[in-house]
Every structure is written in C-alpha cells, then in structure tokens.
Ligand binder design. Structure first.
Ligand SMILES: [Zn+2]
Length: 445
C-alpha cells in the first residue's frame, strides 16, 4: 500500500504527453510490445551497477598479460555472466560446471547457508557469477521476489554472503483485447503474463463457463501490476490484478479487487457483491480451456435431454476442482461415467464429475473438500471419445442444466463498506483510463 503513491504520480505523468507525441509513443509502444513478446525483459533491463563498474575497469586499467593458471574455460569467463538453474542442478554441481573445484564449490555453498539455503534452488532461477583467475569473486541471485543474495570473496580469500532486500516498484499495467481465436491467444498477444490470465480466469470462474460462454468477438480488459526492481529496471514479477472486465456476448462484467474491513481480499462486481458463489461454473482450470486445445480438436457437448451435464474438453491430466465446499458421497467406477466422483454440497445440491483418469489422493466417501480443491484428474475412462470432464449439477438427485442455475449472490457490501468500495472503484477507473492499453511504453518515458 505504501508503494501506491509514486505509481499514481507516474500514471498522471503519462497523460501529460501532448497528443502528437502520444501518437509517436503509441507507434513506439507497438514495437516495444512486440519486443516484449519475444523477450519479457527486453529493453527493460539496465546494466547493474557492478556491471558498469566492470566496464569502467576494463576501459581504464592497463591489463597485464595473463599467465593462464587455469583452464581456458575459466580464464575467458572473468566477466559476470548468468547461468539459469536447470532441472536436477544443485549449487555445488552448477559451480563445478563453471570450473570451480569441488572444495571451493563446497565452501561457497557453506557460506551461502548463513543467509539462504542453496537447497532451495528453483528451476529457472538465475545466478550471476564473476570469476577471476583464482576462482569465484562474486555470486548474486534472487531466491525470491523480496531479496537478493550476494556472496563475495573477501581479501583473505574467504567468502561472505549477505541478503539485500529488493526495492520493488509496482507499475500498473493495462492490457486489453478482442478474442479472435481464443482467450489464451488474445491475452498472450496483448502481453498478459500467464499468471495474470490464471488469476483473471479464477476470478471469473464462479460466473463464467469458459468452455461455452467465451467466444470470438468477446473482449477483455485487465489492470495488473508489474513488479520492477528499482535498481536494475528489470521486470521481476507480477503483482495483483486490481481490475478485470470481460464483455461476453455484449454483456460486460467488471471485477475489482477489494478487502472489506476485517474481511478477506477478493473480487467484487460493480454492484459490490463478492464473486464467490456456492458453486464454480468452470470446475477445471479455465486457462487449459482457453489454450488452443479444446474446442477445435474435440466435440463439445452441452446440456441436452439425453446428455444430462456439460462436458469440458481439456487435456488429459488437468486437475478437476470441487466446485463448492462438500462431502464426498462416492469416488469409484460408474459404468459409462468411468471414474466418477459425486459431491454433496448441502441438502439440495450435489455435483458429479466423470471420466476421470484418476482420483486425487485422499478422495473417498465421507471426506470433506473445499471449493477449488483438486478431487481428480481429467481422463477418458468409461464411454468417452476423448479426454474431457463430464460435469453434472444435481438438485435433489436430479441432473439439471448447469448453465441455467442461478446461484445466490455472495457477500454484498453495504453502508460504509459499500461507500469505501465505490471510492476504490472510482480511483481504479481513473487509473485504468490514464493508462494506454497494452502500454508497454509507459515506464520507458
Ligand atoms: Zn458428458
């Protein structure tokens, strides 16, 4: 929250550009967006201070001829370079690949332990190393969004590690687009990170059946935050989705992220009602539906008299979520449905999930599950021509059309709470309006 002020200033600055330069910036922005599509950090990264120092040192110092005391692989790598952690890597193995002896690698690992356990190394994590002819001089990595770990060699040859908190700026970003082929394609084209799309889909999953209700011609608009490291200008992650809107078949739904006083943060619609409902409309990860799999390669069945349920065509193995808090009635084989789970939500409502490849661990009769909890995985057991989830909503035991059920609305904000939500709505709307859509150029000027 304390970071919000500078952002507003930035946002306002953006709209002070004259109209002429705005056009130029839009054109520039387009190129920049394209560049981002190929490399999310393109153009956003400035040399780190130690890199600048390195460049300066090379320019001013007279370098004496180097006697090759170490294999050429090391002698050539005395500039900082970055390696990316691969599956199966350990810090010691990775350092040895860089030419360090097992003893030195081990002492680096030991020194790091005082600030961060190198066993927590993550696939894709970047490690920047500086080496000289005596070995490693400096190592830097960001184990999480909050901190950098820096290890350096002291004059006595011993290593010292410290953690530096990362100064992150939250830069609001607005992306929007029209669906031509799929939501996934349109979101990707607009530069929406996958994690943001997942959050947006999750927020709409109570209201939208992503298999049937999202169609070409529909549109979306989202405002989220890019987390930018102030030191390097590098985008290191994404923050929260503050606002998301979807226009489906001409009907617009707007969601705002809001924390009621003493309550939990969630998404509320324009009228101030929480999106959370007793049952999810899309009980699988909607992002899997929106990707190119699905509608094009598999027939989709809707609700008919013969077929009492809806089918979600999603890849084999996609997790299936309990659409609401429930007790497991049964988890077992049921003829045409193959592996079937039936959940009882209350005296009236139950739901059924068929054709599962397998059940999730611990799913058996009598077990309590929470909304969104994984109960099994998509498959094609029983009578199925391809992997899909067969989903039924049953009222007093009879399957009803899931598309027709009107769920009671969730928490509704009232009084002072509603007033404070409306204030937030206004300020979010202003901020959205101040940002150019897909305006990757925003932080560059
Ligand atoms: Zn079915």
């Amino acid at each position: 929250m304390s970071l919000e002020r500078p952002i507003i200033v930035r946002g306002k600055r953006l709209v002070t550009h004259s109209r002429k330069s705005a056009l130029a910036l839009t054109v520039l922005g387009l190129f920049f967006v394209l560049a981002l599509a190929f490399d999310p950090t393109a153009g956003a990264r400035l040399p780190a201070p130690h890199e600048k120092a390195e460049i300066a040192a090379h320019e001013t110092e007279t370098v004496p001829p180097v006697v090759p005391a170490l294999p050429p692989a090391i002698a050539e790598t005395n500039k900082p370079h970055t390696v990316t952690v691969q599956s199966g890597d350990t810090m010691a193995v990775l350092l040895q690949h860089e030419g360090l002896s097992p003893t030195v690698a081990q002492s680096v690992v030991e020194s790091l332990k005082s600030t961060w356990d190198p066993r927590d190394l993550k696939i894709g994590q970047e490690i920047t190393l500086s080496l000289d002819d005596k070995g490693l001089t400096r190592l830097e990595t960001s184990p999480d969004l909050q901190r950098n770990v820096v290890l350096s060699r002291r004059p006595d040859g011993r290593y010292e590690a410290k953690a530096l908190s990362r100064d992150l700026i939250r830069v609001p970003w607005r992306v929007g687009g029209k669906i031509v082929t799929s939501l996934f394609d349109a979101a990707t084209q607009a530069g929406m990170p996958a994690a943001v799309l997942a959050d947006v889909i999750h927020a709409f999953s109570y209201d939208v059946d992503f298999q049937r209700e999202v169609q070409p011609g529909d549109s979306f608009e989202v405002m989220f935050e890019h987390l930018v490291e102030s030191k390097t200008g590098k985008v290191v992650g994404v923050g929260d989705v503050a606002y998301a809107s979807m226009t489906l078949s001409g009907k617009t739904m707007q969601l705002y992220r809001y924390t009621p006083n003493g309550g939990t943060t969630g998404y509320f619609n324009a009228g101030g009602s929480s999106v959370k409902k007793a049952l999810l409309r899309t009980p699988v990860d909607g992002a899997r539906i929106s990707s190119s799999f699905g509608s094009r390669s598999h027939p989709i069945l809707g609700y008919t008299r013969m077929h009492k349920g809806v089918d979600f065509a999603v890849p084999q193995g996609t997790p299936i979520m309990a659409s609401g808090d429930a007790t497991v009635v049964s988890a077992g084989w049921s003829n045409g449905f193959g592996n079937l789970v039936v959940l009882k939500h209350n005296a009236t409502y139950s739901t059924a999930y068929g054709h599962m490849s397998r059940f999730a661990k611990g799913i058996h009769a009598g077990q309590h599950v929470r909304q969104g909890e994984t109960i099994g995985y998509v498959g094609m057991t029983g009578l199925a021509t391809g992997p899909h989830l067969h989903y039924e909503v049953r009222v007093s035991g009879n399957a009803i059309n899931p598309l027709s059920i009107k769920m009671p609305v969730g928490q509704k904000l009232e009084g002072r709470e509603l007033a404070s939500f409306q204030k937030l709505q206004t300020s979010v709307a202003q901020r959205v309006a101040s940002l150019r859509p897909n305006s990757a150029v925003a932080t560059k000027n």
